[in-house]
Design a protein around this ligand. Structure first.
Ligand code: NI
Length: 167
C-alpha cells in the first residue's frame, strides 16, 4: 500500500495531457492499487493519474457510500452523452473549493478494466459527473477552469490564503 502525493492546483503539471496505456502490466496494476489507496485515504470519490503526476490515461473512482465499489477505467472514451446536469463539484487537487459545473447527465463510456479487458458502462447522476470530471484531468483540465476568469482569480486567492493558514 502506498499513498501518493496529490498535485495541488495551480500546479502546472495538472495541465499535462495524458497518453494512452499500451499494456496493462504489473507496473500499471501497482499504480492502480496505489491510486485507489490514495483516493480512499484522502478521502475522495475519484482520482486521475494526472493528479499523482503520472500522465497515463487511468482513472479510479468509488461513489458508493460504503466505499467498496471501486471502478477502474483505463483509456476511457465517452461514446455517447445525453442531457444536461448541473452539479456542485470538488476536487482533491483544489481543496476547500466547491462549485457548480454543467455536464452531460448520462454518458456511455468504454474503457479497459484493471485486468485489461474492455467494457462498456452506462452512467448517470453522480457516477457520470465523476467520470467526466476525472476524464477532464486526463486532458489537463481542472473543474475550476469552467468558471469565469474573475471567479478563477478568487479561487487562486483563497487557495493562497488557506496555504498560509496551514503553514
Ligand atoms: Ni479532480
Amino acid at each position: 500500500m502506498a499513498i501518493l502525493k496529490i498535485l495541488q492546483y495551480p500546479d502546472k503539471r495538472l495541465h499535462t495531457v495524458a497518453t494512452p496505456v499500451t499494456e496493462v502490466n504489473a507496473q500499471i496494476c501497482t499504480l492502480i492499487q496505489d491510486m485507489a489507496d490514495t483516493m480512499y485515504a484522502a478521502p475522495g470519490i475519484g482520482l486521475a493519474a494526472t493528479q499523482v503526476d503520472v500522465h497515463k490515461r487511468i482513472i479510479v473512482l468509488d461513489v458508493s457510500e460504503t466505499q467498496d465499489q471501486l471502478y477502474v477505467f483505463i483509456n476511457p472514451k465517452i461514446v455517447s452523452r445525453d442531457g444536461v446536469h448541473e452539479f456542485e463539484e470538488g476536487c482533491l487537487s483544489v481543496p476547500g473549493i466547491f462549485g457548480k459545473v454543467t455536464r452531460a447527465e448520462s454518458i456511455t463510456v468504454t474503457a479497459l478494466n484493471a485486468q485489461g479487458e474492455s467494457f462498456t458502462l452506462d452512467a448517470k447522476g453522480l457516477l457520470a459527473v465523476c467520470i467526466q470530471h476525472e476524464m477532464d484531468h486526463l486532458e489537463g483540465k481542472v473543474f475550476v477552469e469552467y468558471w469565469s476568469q474573475f471567479k478563477q482569480s478568487r479561487v487562486l486567492a483563497k487557495l493562497k490564503k488557506n496555504q498560509r493558514n496551514t503553514m
